[in-house]
Design a protein around this ligand. Structure first.
Ligand SMILES: [Zn+2]
Length: 376
């Protein structure tokens, strides 16, 4: 933002903004530069941006890979590492991978590593950072935050991966101008969700809220791994879609294109997709009626299905949901790549955004006291 835009956005006077910018610059939290564009009339305003010198290490363990990103403020993934795994990684595997990488980063990056943020495909206790269950990784009661903090010496936070994604979508993606955002992700393992209400992340009593994949959509449906019947993620799933269009597990990036070609043309594909769209429509109807969101962002294969089937999904939600909230909602596909890593990075930056002076203690080589370990 230019200094003039900052003054306008904050409602503070110009000299106060100048003082704050100088202070943040001295903490190395912002960069101040002259704009290149000189075509505008008058003196060019200086541009203030988040500094790339303070970084977070963001981690997303999944059943086919461990993804690790070096994330800067402002939703920027500076570098990304993907470690493919033969079978779902254990928590110890993730910790060891991370430990080796953080050591390497400290030597090579030269910036200040503020901490580690982890997006986990499962239930993460907000109070203790224990992964209660991550079904597709087969993790149960793993004290992940404690393990990573101990191994890396860095403050560590963890949250559900779709929760991380909704934070990223709300700040940098499709929800950027919205106060009420729902994110629904279709992944290899199932469907995850995250909810922002009135600009605040919906956390619940202990961080477990937003499990929209386990919403009942078919009382006559299949048995879910959670023990219930007819959950959204048993009725709407990626593997059935891949198999009906003849794609393998590793070809999921081709799903949208194949669905575009086959939907409405091949009866078996059309029947299966329509069935899944009907159940997804029921879930979206409930979400619209319960949360009155400004936008519902669909990620992963859900975004692919939405894009490949014209207005069918939107029409069914509009018909079924209450007239008031359904007239206000946009239902879109995510365009923010790496939203889990960006959101996991934001878990780390929250502390510094709340109290910028805390940045001065974030040296990568300084040992951390146990009380600085915090869960999200
Ligand atoms: Zn379930």
């Amino acid at each position: 933002m230019t200094r003039a835009d900052l003054t306008h956005a904050t409602g503070l006077n110009r000299s106060t903004v100048a003082t704050i910018v100088t202070e943040l610059e001295s903490l190395d939290l912002v960069t101040v530069s002259q704009p290149v564009d000189t075509k505008r009339v008058g003196r060019p305003s200086t541009v203030i941006g988040p500094s790339p010198r303070h970084i977070a290490v963001a981690v997303h363990p999944d059943k086919d890979a461990i993804s690790i990103g070096v994330v800067a403020m402002g939703g920027r993934v500076l570098r990304e590492f993907r470690f493919d795994v033969e079978r779902a990684p254990t928590a110890v595997h993730v910790v060891n991978t991370l430990q080796a990488l953080v050591r390497g980063l400290e030597l090579s990056e030269g910036g200040t590593v503020l901490g580690v943020g982890i997006g986990v495909p499962g239930l993460v206790g907000a109070r203790d950072g224990v992964v209660r269950v991550a079904p597709h990784l087969d993790w149960h009661d793993e004290p992940l935050v404690q393990m990573v903090a101990k191994a890396t010496g860095l403050p560590t936070w963890a949250a559900n991966d779709a929760t991380c994604a909704v934070v990223a979508e709300g700040q940098f993606g499709e929800g950027i101008d919205e106060d009420n955002v729902v994110y629904l992700n279709g992944g290899a393992g199932g469907i995850g969700g995250g909810v922002i209400v009135g600009g605040q992340l919906l956390s619940g009593e202990n961080g477990y809220s937003g499990e929209l994949g386990h919403m009942l959509v078919n009382s006559d449906g299949g048995l879910c791994h959670c023990g219930a019947v007819g959950c959204l993620e048993t009725e709407v799933n990626r593997d059935d879609l891949l198999s009906v269009v003849g794609l393998g597990d590793a070809e999921s990036s081709l799903l949208e294109q194949r669905l575009r070609e086959a939907y409405g043309e091949e009866p078996a594909v059309t029947a299966l997709v329509d069935r899944q769209l009907d159940f997804l429509g029921i879930a979206l109807r409930n979400i619209v009626n319960i949360f009155n969101p400004g936008v519902i962002v669909l990620g992963g294969f859900l975004g692919a299905v939405r894009n490949a089937t014209g207005d069918r999904l939107l029409d069914s939600v509009e018909r079924a949901a209450l007239a008031g909230p359904s007239s206000e909602v946009r239902i879109v596909s995510s365009t923010l790549d790496e939203n889990v890593l960006i959101g996991a990075g934001e878990l780390v930056f929250r502390t510094i955004l709340r109290d910028p002076t805390s940045a001065s203690v974030g040296s990568p080589t300084s040992a951390r006291e146990p009380e600085q370990v915090a869960a999200s």
